[in-house]
Design a protein. Structure first.
Length: 72
């Protein structure tokens, strides 16, 4: 599963966060696999086979001008 765009947003600090709880996603790298998970909801926000694929997806998502998350 690539980046799950319906579950993420970009914070004002240009970080990827969970759209549900606004927690900044945790990245784990195992070999060449990359996983992005919400540390609060434990929801998978993205999964890639290579770091290059993860970087390309995240960069493209941020570049689309996604609205920054608002903290309450």
């Amino acid at each position: 599963m690539p980046l799950n765009e319906r579950l993420i947003e970009v914070t004002a600090q240009t970080l990827i966060a969970c759209r549900e709880c606004h927690a900044v996603g945790d990245v784990s790298i195992s070999g060449s696999s990359v996983n992005l998970v919400c540390p609060s909801c434990h929801e998978s926000l993205g999964s890639w086979q290579t770091t290059a694929a993860a970087s390309a997806d995240l960069t493209a998502f941020i570049a689309t001008g996604s609205k920054p998350a608002t903290r309450q």
